[in-house]
Structures are given as structure tokens and as C-alpha cells.
Design a protein around this ligand. Structure first.
Ligand code: ADP
Ligand code: ADP
Length: 229
């Protein structure tokens, strides 16, 4: 599903954000990416979604050499990837239904299909009755559910969750984890979750990749316990 070979990324200012990273992730895996600020997590995500190209090495996602994609092909490629952020990034003037539908409208899904799929994902994330609510009328946990529903609406092969619980209290974080696990299981979506939440990583054990100064310093199956620093 995802194959990085000898990937390095040096920005124009000379910063080595990633150095000789080798990483394979199979279809259907649920993987945490952890590491301190500046360790290269965002850069890794940007290489995966085609925002940045590697300075060296090869980034292959679903058989596509992402670093070699023409600019014009990037939007189509991105349909393979759903992204969820810490700050939700919902459209405040659109309802929950419209926020989710919009993701499908922009890729020209027929209206009837959109209606059906939006209802389906609203049900999946447990927000059946919130279709006509606006984001600001919802709790943080509910807003993140909407963002997740939107991200998976077009059935991407990979879901990247960038600190999805960063703005949520422990109980809401736990609920979001349970939801992501359900999506991983039921929709067969490969999930990459960037997180600082070591409590969560220790509780919901999964393969955990640790970055430090642009290097993968650990790749642990089912987590193992990680110490708080
Ligand atoms: P994060 O919260 O993921 O650690 P940062 O606050 O480090 O993000 O960075 C925010 C944005 O600024 C990111 O898109 C990152 O790629 C970019 N960025 C970080 N450091 C620099 C830099 N030295 N020069 C230019 N852009 C940077
Ligand atoms: P993280 O997401 O783990 O905080 P980043 O990938 O954002 O790490 O950053 C890794 C390193 O690359 C940092 O030293 C950061 O300042 C630098 N960096 C990130 N984005 C840019 C950019 N656009 N231009 C220059 N340096 C950057």
C-alpha cells in the first residue's frame, strides 16, 4: 500500500527533515507515527499526499510513484487519501450534511449517490440526527466525527489523521480512537495517525513508528509501552 525507499527530504533552506527513511505499510494496517516537534512527521505526510517531493528516494503509494506525479495528476491521486486534522477544518457556513456532501460534489459524484453515501457515513460516525446542524452547534468530539465522515466519504484507501485528538479531552479522544478502529475494520481503510498522545498509544496498542530528527528510531509491533517524557 505504502512503500518508502531511501527517502530523504532536504528543504531549500538546507534543513534535512527526513533522512534515508525506509518504510512499508500494508493495506489495512493501523499505524501510529510519533515523535517530537520537528522530527519530520508533517514532512512525511506531505510526501505521501504529494504536497512535497522527496529529494532522494522513492515514495510509492498504491503502486503510484508520488514524487514523479505531474502537478496536473495530483488532485486525482489525492482521492486515494483522506485527511483529518487536529482543528477539524469544517466549513462553518455549511451544515454537517453539506460539509460531507461537498467532498463528493467537488469530485462530481452524482447527487443520488451523494445523498446515500452521506447518510451512510453519518450513521457510521454516529451523527444520524445532526445533518442540519452547523459545526459551531456541535461539541469538539462531534465536529471531529464530521471531519472523519467527510474524509472517508469517497472511500479513500488511506486515512491520514494528523493529531486528531489534539483538541479533545481524554474521554472524547478515546471515542475518536474507537471510531477510527471501526473504520479501519469495517471500511478496510489503512490508517496513519500522527499523535503526541502517549496515553492513547499505550492504551490502543498498534504498530508504532517513532521519528526523531528525520530518522525512524523505532518501529514497534503492537506498540509496547512508551514512557511519557
Ligand atoms: P507541527 O504542528 O506539525 O509541528 P509546525 O508548527 O512545525 O507544525 O509547522 C507548521 C507549518 O510550517 C508546516 O506546514 C511546516 O511544514 C511549516 N514549517 C515548519 N518549519 C518551517 C521552516 N523552518 N520554514 C518553512 N516552513 C516551515
Ligand atoms: P514535525 O511535523 O514532526 O513537527 P516537520 O516535518 O514539520 O516536523 O519538520 C521537520 C523539520 O523540517 C523541522 O526542522 C522543520 O523546521 C523543517 N521544515 C518543515 N517544513 C519546512 C519547510 N517548508 N521549509 C523549511 N524547513 C521546513
Amino acid at each position: 500500500m505504502l512503500d518508502l525507499k531511501h527517502v530523504s527530504k532536504t528543504y531549500k533552506n538546507g534543513v534535512n527533515a527526513l533522512y534515508d527513511v525506509n518504510l512499508k505499510i500494508d493495506q489495512g494496517e493501523f499505524v501510529y507515527i510519533i515523535g517530537p516537534t520537528g522530527s519530520g512527521k508533517s514532512t512525511l505526510i506531505k510526501l505521501l499526499d504529494g504536497e512535497e517531493i522527496p529529494t532522494k528516494g522513492k515514495v510509492e503509494v498504491t503502486g503510484i510513484n508520488v514524487g514523479k506525479l505531474k502537478h496536473s495528476k495530483v488532485p486525482l491521486y489525492r482521492r486515494n487519501i483522506g485527511v483529518v486534522f487536529q482543528d477539524f477544518r469544517l466549513l462553518e457556513r455549511k451544515t454537517v450534511f453539506e460539509n460531507i456532501a461537498f467532498a463528493l460534489e467537488v469530485i462530481n459524484v452524482p447527487k443520488e449517490r451523494i445523498r446515500k453515501r452521506v447518510r451512510e457515513v453519518m450513521n457510521l460516525v454516529g451523527l444520524d440526527d445532526k445533518g442540519s446542524s452547523f459545526p459551531q452547534e456541535l461539541s469538539g468530539g462531534q465536529q471531529q466525527r464530521v471531519a472523519i465522515a467527510r474524509a472517508i466519504a469517497n472511500k479513500p484507501k488511506i486515512l491520514i489523521a494528523d493529531e486528531p485528538t489534539g483538541n479533545l479531552d481524554p474521554q472524547k479522544s478515546d471515542e475518536i480512537m474507537t471510531l477510527l478502529e471501526k473504520i479501519n475494520r469495517e471500511e478496510k481503510t489503512t490508517i496513519l495517525m500522527v499523535t503526541h498522545d502517549i496515553t492513547l498509544v499505550n492504551k490502543h496498542r498498534k504498530r508504532t513508528i517513532a521519528l526523531e530528527a528525520g530518522h525512524i528510531v523505532a518501529d514497534m509491533n503492537e506498540g509496547g509501552y512508551i514512557k511519557h517524557d
